[in-house]
Design a protein around this ligand. Structure first.
Ligand code: AMP
Length: 218
């Protein structure tokens, strides 16, 4: 059983590394961003309510995202969980701790992915996602294959996120520094924080994370 939080600004590579961990360790990825985008795509009331907030790059309410996580956790125990993009506020961190405690779980590691702001803008504005499986590509570091097929599922359609533009990104970074970065101090004080350099190659970052998890209890 592994319970991990990936912490870092938008574009740090949390989603990419979370997917690698799903493959390597059989854990379940819990991405609140993906859940909110799914709610929008399927046209639920909640999805409609959060659409504008997300497009602007602001955070949706703690109540909504905590509700989403509560629902997923109550669906049952898997081999473990990777939280990707959650928690993003101290209130969410407290709620997560309480939810995990109810399940008799603690956190094995909180991994901060460090990437400087210039690299984030370049990464995010170059990002595209496979429609079929959600695999993330990047025009610069990991281009869509020349045959136009996703290496994971063979899908041939890719989309760019509505909030992957410079204006929303600026707002998302502001939200990160104001509301999410205090979690770095919070988890550090609890002795749970570890950091990796998120600027390296995807494989190198994955190795750094695996090294950390190798030392964490499982
Ligand atoms: P992400 O895919 O993690 O970059 O999230 C995309 C957008 O979804 C964010 O900019 C927020 O508007 C919203 N969002 C995702 N996760 C959270 C969260 N834990 N708390 C508040 N808003 C969130």
């Amino acid at each position: 059983m592994t319970t991990i939080i990936l912490l870092g600004p938008p574009g740090a590579g949390k989603g990419t590394q979370a997917r690698r961990l799903v493959e390597a360790r059989g854990v379940v990825q819990l991405s609140t961003g993906d859940m909110l985008r799914e709610a929008q795509a399927s046209g639920t009331e909640m999805g409609k309510r959060v659409a504008d907030v997300m497009a602007r790059g602001e955070l949706v309410t703690d109540e909504i995202v905590i509700g989403l996580i509560r629902e997923k956790l109550s669906a049952g125990l898997a081999g473990g969980f990777i939280f990707d993009g959650f928690p993003r506020t101290l209130a969410q961190a407290d709620a997560l701790e309480a939810l995990l405690a109810e399940m008799g779980l603690g956190l094995d590691a909180v991994i901060e992915m460090r990437v400087d702001d210039k690299a984030l803008v370049a990464r995010i504005t170059a990002r595209a996602t496979c429609d079929g499986c959600g695999e993330v590509y990047n025009d610069i570091t990991k281009p869509i294959p020349t045959d136009g097929q996703c290496t994971i599922c063979g899908g041939t359609t890719f989309k760019r996120r509505a909030d992957d533009n410079e204006d929303s990104l600026r707002q998302r970074l502001m939200e990160y520094y104001k509301k999410t970065s205090p979690l770095i101090g919070y988890y550090h004080a609890k002795g749970q924080l570890q950091a990796v350099d998120g600027l390296g190659e995807i494989d190198a970052v994955a190795k750094a994370i695996a090294d950390i998890l190798g030392q964490a209890k499982s």
